[in-house]
Design a protein around this ligand. Structure first.
Ligand code: CTP
Length: 430
């Protein structure tokens, strides 16, 4: 992103969630953006333009023309030209909340007020944060409008589910501030929503295999790599199902409405949660450090230390990645190979490549766990991406950067000949 502050046009349409746009404007400014606000006529019934003027330091815009009709040379004409200039200089048009009515007007190219006019006039990317009653969200007319908007390369963030202002429970709540801000920045940084409409399954963290009611076998995985992958995939528009073993790090769900978190403890639970999602997912990324063995018998009580012999009989757990490889149909399968290289990098990479083949994965992420500066419990990682044709080393970077690089590599393999963005001939380039 360029170093000058990002210029965000924040459009607010008339729903009960309009009041939340004031907090959003404040948070965007806090993050370093320059924000101008455009309110529809109905939005002004829920929240005053004055609130936004005070928060942003610039008057909120509400009308296309100040008098009846613009004439060249008049102030009205000057102000409408000013609006177009504003539209053209924006880095992002963010509309939050976007009501069903506003989305219908955008989808059909109506330009009957300032916000819809600016929408047609801006070359900037457009991001919507819809909020409405669940029935309206699910209505075929809204779905068709969303499809049209998708073809016009407008992005939106899935509304959250929960209790709505009308008393119903279901999808339709304005996405969380964090989700809106994260997606807005992803767009400003030029990251495409190349996983929009896709379901990505991610496993993360360790598993715990009980010995008795108090003891278990586990490993040192913190879950950070898997959680970063979940965040990265959500930033790219995916619906993410994150199946996580026990971790102490913060859940990314609070900041990304598109992430569905399933908490599990054992390898068997992780496998059971994975199957139902795997059938319909588009990509599975298995970052979990699944325990390879579990005690053959586990006591439901705590075993007294003297009443038990010291041998623990183990049996193998199910290899989730290998089983997914066997069941693979349309899914793109990414595995991790944690190898102890200790000076023999060549053999370690060869072992990772052998896992790629043996487990029928499409991409393997190799990391050298004998290095103490990366990997386990660290904020950064350095990896080698291995696919059937070759390999590419990525230097040390934050786990979020590494996560995006893994998804970039997966997308490049899934769609080798695809131009970055397919633009229907009749639609304007945003
Ligand atoms: N994996 C899995 N289920 C298991 C074991 C591993 O899904 N029971 C997945 C991991 O999530 C990872 C990949 O398989 O994506 C490789 O894991 P790794 O531990 O490196 O390899 P293993 O096959 O377990 O072999 P080893 O422990 O001998 O290195």
């Amino acid at each position: 992103m360029k170093s000058s502050p990002a210029r965000i046009l924040l459009g607010v349409s008339g729903g009960i969630a309009a009041y939340k746009a004031a907090e959003l404007a404040r948070r965007l400014i806090e993050r370093g953006a320059r924000v101008r606000v455009i309110l529809t006529r109905n939005a002004c019934r829920f929240i005053s333009p004055l609130t936004f003027a005070a928060l942003t330091g610039s008057p909120a815009l509400t009308r296309l023309f100040t008098a009846a009709a613009p004439m060249a040379g008049s102030d009205d004409f000057a102000s409408s030209v000013e609006h177009i200039r504003l539209a053209q200089s924006a880095d992002l048009l963010l509309i939050a909340p976007a009501t069903a009515n506003l989305m219908a007007r955008l989808a059909h190219g109506l330009a009957d007020d300032l916000l819809t006019t600016v929408y047609l006039a801006t070359p900037a990317p457009v991001l919507l944060a819809p909020a409405m009653n669940s029935q309206m969200w699910r209505h075929p007319a809204t779905r068709e409008n969303l499809e049209r908007l998708r073809r016009h390369r407008v992005e939106w963030i899935e509304p959250e589910s929960g209790e709505l202002a009308c008393g119903m429970v279901g999808p339709g709540r304005l996405p969380s501030m964090e989700a809106i801000i994260a997606r807005a920045w992803a767009r400003l940084e030029g990251r495409a929503a190349d996983l929009a409409g896709q379901t990505v399954l991610i496993t993360a963290g360790p598993t715990r295999e009980p010995i008795d009611a108090a003891r278990f076998i586990s490993n040192r995985s913190s879950g950070r790599m898997g959680y970063s992958l979940a965040q990265a995939a959500a930033e790219r528009g995916a619906h993410v199902v994150l199946i996580s073993g026990p971790v102490v790090i913060d859940s990314p769900v609070a900041s990304h409405g598109e992430i569905e978190l399933i908490r599990v403890t054992t390898a068997a639970e992780m496998a059971a949660a994975a199957w139902s999602v795997y059938e319909h997912c588009d990509m599975a990324v298995l970052a979990a450090a699944v325990a390879d063995f579990r005690p053959a018998t586990a006591s439901t009580e705590k075993l007294p230390k003297l009443a038990h012999d010291w041998e623990l009989k183990l049996e193998p757990t199910i290899d989730i990645l290998a089983e997914m490889g066997r069941r693979k149909r349309h899914q793109f399968l990414v595995g991790f190979a944690a190898e102890w290289a200790a000076g023999d990098e060549t053999s370690a990479r060869a072992r990772a490549r052998a896992k790629l083949r043996a487990k029928n994965a499409d991409l393997m992420v190799y990391n050298n766990i004998s290095r103490t500066d990366i990997g386990f419990d660290q904020e950064s990682n350095a990896i080698v991406l291995i696919d059937p044709e070759g390999e590419r080393a990525l230097p040390r970077a934050s786990k979020l950067e590494i996560a995006h690089a893994i998804l970039d590599a997966a997308q490049a393999r899934r769609f080798p000949a695809r131009t970055p963005i397919i633009i229907p001939a009749e639609t304007p380039i945003r």
